[in-house]
Design a protein around this ligand. Structure first.
Ligand SMILES: Cc1cc2nc3c(=O)[nH]c(=O)nc-3n(C[C@H](O)[C@H](O)[C@H](O)COP(=O)(O)OP(=O)(O)OC[C@H]3O[C@@H](n4cnc5c(N)ncnc54)[C@H](O)[C@@H]3O)c2cc1C
Length: 519
């Protein structure tokens, strides 16, 4: 790619063409209204030589920069817009162990020992965030302990298997909570049992991102805002990076641009699937919130990022999920959130949504982050999905150690290779299959509640000695719940394969991480 072509891509980008939906809605958001301090850095307007050039000033790039600078190397961050303007300051603030990939799938793919090592790295990411907040006395981040991952279906065996793997095999600090305990703290009959993670926590995301940027500066890193990297010449010992008004030369370049890297490295960018996520904050709910939800940690109620929420500002709910699939307007997202909250907690109605915003996440096909050296001196820290607070911290530290100390633990991610995300058709496949899984999840949850209600009715009847009713009609199965997802996925996969056949194999070449099919 020439600098001119990339510049054309970026002029659209900087003017907000590609990202207009995520840029316009944030300034009025709850985080912005409660921000500790603003953050502003100059553009790069001269030529500069450094040891490490980091492209992207989100959490991944900022962590790399801080850790490289702490080890005494010179490092500069190029940020096309403002530091952490996208996912890194718009997220829901859950700092959790683990990855976007399901832990059982991780074991299937890499075996229990390697999965355990990866899990430990993810926990180190949580500890990194905790320590960074504490050691730098970050203002306004307000960490609150605990994460409760509850089930909307009565799937005790599945939950026990996960709890056993995490607790016994991985040595993770978790607690299995029975349905009664969950419902004592979350007053809704939507939930059954859950896994509690006492060492997880939630934070004010914007204040953390700005605090991290300040910590990187304090460690000696340089940050340039409104300075897009337009082209890279990665050949040679000193790599060259072109920006609109200055050039950089660096021994190492770290690509930490998430879904926005496109014009710079299109073949790498094609391995990341952008998905828009929405977050809402209600108006103050007063006492009725304290009655409905007495748990102060973060709550998730589905593995696939359906609904997750936490209490903020004393008596407001911050709610994310449900509306996540397609980019949508603020009004439509607010309606979806209002409906979701009132469905799960009818006692909170009527809900008024005061803030809604969106951000774009980058997913790999296997839902694990892309971490490693893709060519000599060219590093990738990308695709952290909806699980980026701990994993950007982990990846940032891992890459900084790899560059400065030759630490090669990033190789633990080698089984998770760069996989083409399928272009337009592949994206449609992924979205439709995700949607059908959400629909199926909802259906399964509905059936679980009906089963429970039926059981309670039968128990009540038995206890007053009325003869039991004739056996009820067999419960309607979901309309071929699993086949629906599988069918749609199969049809669209065929289309994707046909499209790929026409275009030839567009997966990135020259990757040190090799290739594979999507999981
Ligand atoms: C709505 C939402 C809710 C979320 N909730 C959670 C949560 O509760 N917990 C959790 O763990 N994770 C959550 N996430 C995910 C998490 O926020 C992200 O995974 C993480 O912030 C990604 O960080 P990043 O640095 O990779 O990317 P980004 O924050 O996207 O930063 C990348 C930066 O690179 C810059 N850039 C790109 N290309 C160039 C270039 N050529 N030159 C210069 N700069 C460039 C961009 O301008 C951008 O600022 C959520 C995300 C969203 C959107």
């Amino acid at each position: 790619m020439t600098a001119t072509t990339a510049a054309r891509g970026y002029s659209q980008y900087v003017q907000g063409g590609m990202n207009a939906t995520v840029s316009a809605d944030f300034e009025s958001g709850w985080y912005a209204a409660n921000a500790a301090a603003a953050f502003e850095r100059p553009r790069l307007t001269f030529d500069l030589d450094v040891d490490v050039c980091v492209i992207g000033g989100g959490l991944a790039g900022l962590t790399v920069a801080r850790e490289v600078a702490r080890r005494g190397w010179s490092v500069a961050v190029l940020e096309a817009r403002r530091v952490a303007w996208n996912a890194s300051s718009r997220n829901s603030g859950f700092v959790l162990p683990g990855f976007g990939a399901d832990v059982m799938r991780m074991v299937e793919r890499v075996g229990v020992d390697r999965a355990k090592e990866l899990w430990k790295l993810s926990e180190a990411g949580v500890e990194y965030v905790r320590a960074a907040i504490r050691d730098t006395e970050m203002p306004g981040v307000d960490p609150v302990p605990g994460w409760l991952d509850v089930s909307k279906v009565d799937n005790g065996d599945e939950l026990l298997a996960v709890a056993t793997l995490l607790g016994q095999d991985f040595g993770a600090e978790i607690e299995g909570w029975p349905t009664e305990r969950v419902r004592t703290l979350l007053k809704t009959n939507f939930y059954f049992h859950g896994i509690h993670y006492p060492t997880a926590f939630h934070i004010h995301a914007l204040n953390y991102a700005r605090g991290l940027a300040n910590a990187a500066l304090a460690a000696g890193a340089t940050i340039f805002e409104e300075t897009p990297a337009l082209a890279i010449d990665p050949a040679g010992v000193r790599k060259r990076i072109a920006t609109p008004s200055g050039r950089m030369r660096a021994a190492h370049v770290v690509l930490a641009g998430n879904v926005h890297l496109g014009p710079l490295v299109p073949r790498l960018a094609a391995t990341v699937l952008p998905i828009t996520g929405h977050v809402a904050v209600t108006a103050p709910l007063g006492e009725r919130l304290a009655d409905a939800i007495t748990y102060r940690g973060a709550v998730s109620d589905a593995r696939l990022a359906n609904d997750h929420y936490r209490i903020v500002g004393g008596d407001r709910l911050m709610w994310a999920g449900s509306a996540n699939l397609w980019p949508r307007g603020r009004r439509s997202a607010a309606r979806a959130f209002k409906a979701a909250i009132e469905r799960i907690y009818p006692q909170l109605a009527p809900i008024e949504i005061e803030h809604v915003w969106s951000g774009v996440m980058g997913f790999s096909m296997h839902r694990m982050p892309q971490v490693g050296e893709v060519a000599p001196g060219l590093w990738l820290a990308s695709a952290f999905g909806a699980h980026g607070l701990n994993t950007t911290a982990m990846a940032g530290e891992l890459i900084a150690r790899a560059i400065t100390e030759g630490d090669d633990r990033w190789r633990l991610f080698l089984p998770y290779e760069l996989v083409w995300a399928g272009g337009t058709v592949g994206r449609a496949v992924r979205r439709v299959s995700t949607w059908t899984r959400w629909v199926n999840d909802d259906l399964a949850a509905h059936l679980a509640r009906r089963r429970e209600a039926e059981q309670q009715r039968q128990n009540a009847e038995a206890s007053i000695a009325i003869p039991p009713p004739p056996p009820s009609e067999p419960e309607p199965q979901s309309p071929a719940a699993v086949p629906l997802a599988a069918e749609v996925e199969a049809v669209l996969h065929q289309a994707a394969r046909r499209a790929r056949g026409k275009k030839g194999d567009r997966r990135p070449a020259g990757s040190a991480q090799g290739r594979e099919t999507a999981s």
